[in-house]
Design a protein. Sequence first.
Length: 617
Amino acid sequence: MNTVDMADARQQGALVRRILLLLIGSNIPITPFSTYTASLFVGLERPQDVRVVLAMLALVVVFNASLVLFLVLRFLVRHTFEVLPTDANGRRLVRILKLPSRIAFFCVQLTWFHAGATFMLGVCLLTGQSLGAVIPVTAIATAFGVLLSIPMVPIIEHWTMKHALAEQERLGGSRATGRGYFWPRQSWYLPYAVASALMSTLFLAGVVVVIKLNRVQEQFARTLEAQGSSLLAEQMRQTSGELLRELGLPFLGLLALVFICPTLVAWLQVWRQSRAMHTVREAIEALATGAPEAPAWVSTDEAGDLADGMKTVLVKLREIPRTLQSAASRLSEAGSSLSSATEQQRQGITLQASALQEAHVTSEEIKQTSEAAAQKAEAVLQVATRVEELGRIGEQALQQSLEGLAAIRQFVDGMRDKVSRLDGSARQIGIITTTVKGIADRSNMLALNASIEAVRSGEHGKGFAVVAREIRGMADQSIHATGRIRAILDEISVAISDAVDMGEKGAQQLEDGMQMVKRSGDNFREVADIVQQSSASVRQISVTVRQQNEGISQIFTAIRQLSSIMEETVGRIDATQHASLMLKSVSDEVTQLARAYELRQGREPAPGRQGPRAFPS
């Protein structure tokens, strides 16, 4: 069972409980009166008769008025709301509309009929009464059932109205049709209800009166017999019987008159209402068929108000066709203007679409060029970055070269100082050598003088001559050694002079080289600064080109979106043009509809329809 079935089951259960409480609640106050009326046939002269009546009443109430009533009511509700394969053409709606009358008949009238028969049959069997009392008591119970069933129909109809409306809405608002006793119509149901209520009331009143008269007559006759007036009692019985026979026919005539007159009045009222409803229905059907006319009815009651309201509606409807025709004309003109404007707009949109297509192609080329420029700018940026790095490395190398040249210059300056000191030392050695040569020359002279003196001395001077000769040899060697030393010192002096000159030239060249290296370093720094500035410019160019590329991409995307929007706009314009054509077609249909519903005074009824029925003569 799905959720919808469970919801329907809960609604059905709630409806059954509600109607059951209504029926039981309406039976409770009527049960004592019906029991009293039925007990008049029994007499209740013995205490056991009272106990039998109470026992049968309890049995009937529990079994018939509760269990049987619940089972019958649940069956009727379930059968009514059950979805059957044969529920075509609104059969389920017909069952819902018949449900109040069926409940009133089966659960009220037949239930009271069955309860009366069961109750009296049990009482007669248990008390020994005649079974002939079953028929009048059953008739009494049936009369009570008829009285109770009449107000049940509108109450139950009110409770089932929402279910009927939901089913009618599900069927698309179709109209249900039916006939028979369970399909009440005002043309017969109101006289039936009045006659049934009146007949049941008169029947119950007549039964009570007749039974009471018989009881009083019998009691009076018994009193006379007890007093010894049996003949008088018998004559009274005969007179009462003749009186009842004499009054029977007039009473029945009076009963018929009381029954017929209200019924006839009710029927005439219903007939009058039916005529009014018939004229209003004909006017509504004529309006539905396109040939509206005012209802032929004027009166002072609610039916007259309804007819007057219908006439007012028709008067208002007279203005609608003219308004519709005017509106349809304006709609047609607006549709034509909209169609023309749409065509012009479509041509303009087509030209714009062509221009956007060309812009799309151009933007694609610009995008490709921008991407190539961005790639080249990125490559230049990489080269500039590499050159900047090489500039930093070269500047560091030049700085190291300057530091090395400065160290070499210091070394050359130290070497020149040492060479200068060596030259000074050589000069001093030359001076010493000159001194030594002078001493050797004097020693040679002394040795020569000594040799001369030795020769003069003879034998005694030989040793002295040897010493002189050795000294002279040593002096000669010293002279020769000093000569060689002098020559060496001269060469050393020349070499030192050359070394000093070369050192000075080297120092000068080193100084010039350092100046050149400094100028090269300055130039290299300027180049490095220029490279850095170029690198920064290249970076800015790269960023600018990247931003330009992004902007061009956005422009390209925007142009593509504009192209898509333009295509959608063209489609919408086509839809608008189609809608304008539909608008013109609808306006033509509205014009035709307005012409079809033009109201004309004094129009004859349409063929095939009859006017309102005349009052019966």
